[in-house]
Write a new protein. Structure first.
Length: 109
């Protein structure tokens, strides 16, 4: 169940970050409300994950997948450019997560 909570936490964090972009520095009400609600929910879910998964592993997955997802959203929704070094860097992040999950004994399986 902890992996499901982590996926949900990443999803809420990604939605919250997207809303943060549209909140224009917390000057727009509804994007600001969505941002705060999503961040609160993401942190609550993350706290549940940390009961069973080591903090380093949890944070590596949380931040790594968050970077990839929010970069993809930035590209699709906001026209942010992703050059080859950025794409390669994100591929290395994903590869690192996979290596950690498949080969590491610290992943909390």
């Amino acid at each position: 169940m902890h992996w499901f909570y982590l996926v949900l936490a990443i999803a809420f964090e990604t939605i919250g970050t997207t809303a943060l972009k549209t909140s224009e520095g917390f000057t727009k009400l509804w994007p600001s409300v969505i941002t705060l609600g999503c961040f609160f929910t993401a942190l609550f879910l993350l706290s549940l994950v940390l009961k069973t998964v080591p903090v380093g592993v949890t944070y590596a997955i949380w931040s790594g997948l968050g970077i990839v997802l929010i970069s993809a959203i930035g590209w699709v929704a906001f026209g942010q450019k992703l050059d080859l070094p950025a794409i390669l860097g994100m591929a290395l992040i994903v590869a690192g997560i996979v290596v950690m999950q498949v080969f590491s004994n610290t992943a909390g399986h």
